[in-house]
Design a protein around this ligand. Structure first.
Ligand code: C2O
Ligand code: CU
Length: 473
């Protein structure tokens, strides 16, 4: 089966142009694709959710959390929890400025909520218990907000989160903006892993190792599939929009011969793309990368290589993620790799307003994870005036990395271990790796009132205490 994926870019072009004509911002230069390329459909694509609102600027969708049964590889059938019956859940497609209404219904046997990871929205829509009540079994809740930023975002529960995400509750939102690069092919890639019991049920026991590292499974999932084959055209310029939805696994992606050009991250496109030969993605993070496929037909193994995030984790054997099959006709006219991206407003750093010290602590019940020596909800809250730009420090006093995540806002890195961040590394992030024994100075514009959480995105660590609250007032 052949499908024209490049259409996605072509279809957005009128929107891009209309945005441009009334914008006095950057000089965006969206270029029409030079050629029409037919990209092979390999069955790994995500299905877009049905939009029930005919207006071009409004989206209305239904999301149901429900139980279903799936089979992973050769293991017995697994009872999983899904959004609309699939893992990942449906892909929400939007553009900057669109409003969305999500009619959410919980058909699960326990209470849940949806958090829209990375989306800047009102606190009452953020899905945490600071802003809403649990959506109990059989109940519904309507989420309504407007997309302010382009980028790849994702959604997942924010109650009993380690289990609910492990069970399969996550989905992706792609918000288009101006300055979208012209590419031959664009794929959303959701990374996850799962650990199953011999009888096929999801491993939900919280053993010491799972407390420490987050539940890690040896079954690696790409868009819900165990080691699938993804097909690409020789010579094609491919845009990969990646998110790590795993509880604890850091994906350290490697594909022999492939250079990853990072053009964006959590908060959208970045001004200065850069090249990497590995792509490290912690739970919660997103990366927007361009990859030039080889001009010859062949196969490339995409693997997850060991990454040392503490507690002797650096020696694991590489795990297969997917096979890239380079096949079909060579793309006739090569599109150029962009050297620059749109500019980002740089927030100016001031004095340190607060410090969050992350650590772990042994208790008779096992290890817990602390912020300023307390576990949630006893971590002292921080009050921040609405509209203010604040500089703060997150300091990792423990022996392992923690992916630090802030709800509701982006941050920019001011310095790492007091070493100023290079000026051309400017990016908007909402989740960042805070390595063991290191510190990050960050700056954020807190311009939305309400209670917001920040936490470690190793979901077991968050459940075991590593969550703090910021009150913007
Ligand atoms: Cu994806 Cu509170 O996080
Ligand atoms: Cu952590």
């Amino acid at each position: 089966m052949i499908r024209v994926r490049r259409m996605v870019v072509a279809v957005t072009l009128p929107i891009v142009l209309s945005l441009l004509s009334c914008s006095d911002g950057d000089t965006a230069q969206p270029t029409a694709p030079a050629t029409k390329v037919q990209v092979p459909d390999d069955g790994t694509g995500l299905k877009a959710i049905q939009d029930n609102d005919p207006s071009p600027d409004a989206i209305s969708v239904e999301i149901d959390a429900k139980e279903t049964t799936l089979t992973y590889g050769t293991s017995p059938p697994t009872k999983v929890w899904t959004y609309n019956g699939t893992i990942p859940g449906p892909l929400i497609e939007a553009k900057v400025g669109d409003s969305i209404k999500v009619h959410f219904t919980n058909h699960l046997p326990e209470a849940t909520s949806i958090h829209w990871h990375g989306v800047r929205l009102p606190a009452s829509m953020d899905g945490t218990m600071l802003g809403q009540d649990p959506v109990n079994p059989g109940e519904s809740f309507d989420y309504e907000f407007t997309f302010k930023d382009e980028g790849l975002f994702w959604f997942h529960p924010h109650m009993h989160t380690d289990i609910q995400v492990q069970m399969g509750l996550y989905g992706v939102i792609r918000v288009r903006g101006q300055n979208e690069p012209a590419v031959d092919d664009e794929r959303v890639v959701v990374l996850d892993d799962i650990k199953l019991n011999p009888d096929g049920t999801v491993y939900d026991y919280l053993d010491d190792m799972s407390r420490m590292m987050g539940r890690e499974g040896k079954l690696i999932l790409l868009n819900g599939k165990v080691t699938p084959t993804q097909k690409f055209l020789p010579g094609s310029l491919v845009r990969l929009r990646l998110v790590n939805a795993a509880n604890g696994r850091f994906f350290n992606l490697s594909a022999p011969g492939v250079t990853w050009r990072v053009i964006g991250t959590d908060g959208g496109l970045i001004p200065k793309p850069h090249d990497q030969d590995r792509l490290l993605i912690a739970p919660g993070e997103r990366y927007d990368v361009l990859v030039r496929m080889p001009s010859k037909v062949g196969k490339i193994q995409l693997t997850d290589e060991a990454y040392d995030r503490g507690h002797d984790s650096g020696t694991a054997a590489p795990l297969e993620v997917a096979t890239w099959s380079i096949e079909g006709e060579t793309v006739p006219q090569q599109l150029a790799m962009p050297e620059t991206g749109p500019s980002i407003e740089r927030l100016s750093a001031g004095e340190t307003y607060f410090t969050a010290r992350l650590n772990e602590k042994d208790t008779p019940d096992g290890v817990v994870f602390t912020i300023n020596d307390q576990t949630f909800p006893n971590v002292p809250p921080v009050n921040v005036p609405d509209g203010s730009v604040k500089t703060y420090v997150v300091k990792n006093e423990s022996e392992m990395d923690h992916p630090f995540h802030l709800h509701g806002f982006f941050f920019q890195v001011v310095s790492r271990n007091d070493i100023p961040e290079p000026a051309d590394a400017l990016m908007n992030k909402d989740t960042i790796i805070l390595p063991a024994k290191q510190s990050l100075k960050l700056v954020t514009r807190f311009d939305e009132k309400g209670g917001w959480v920040y936490h470690c995105h190793i979901l077991e660590h968050a459940e075991l205490g590593m969550v703090g609250v910021i009150n913007v007032q």
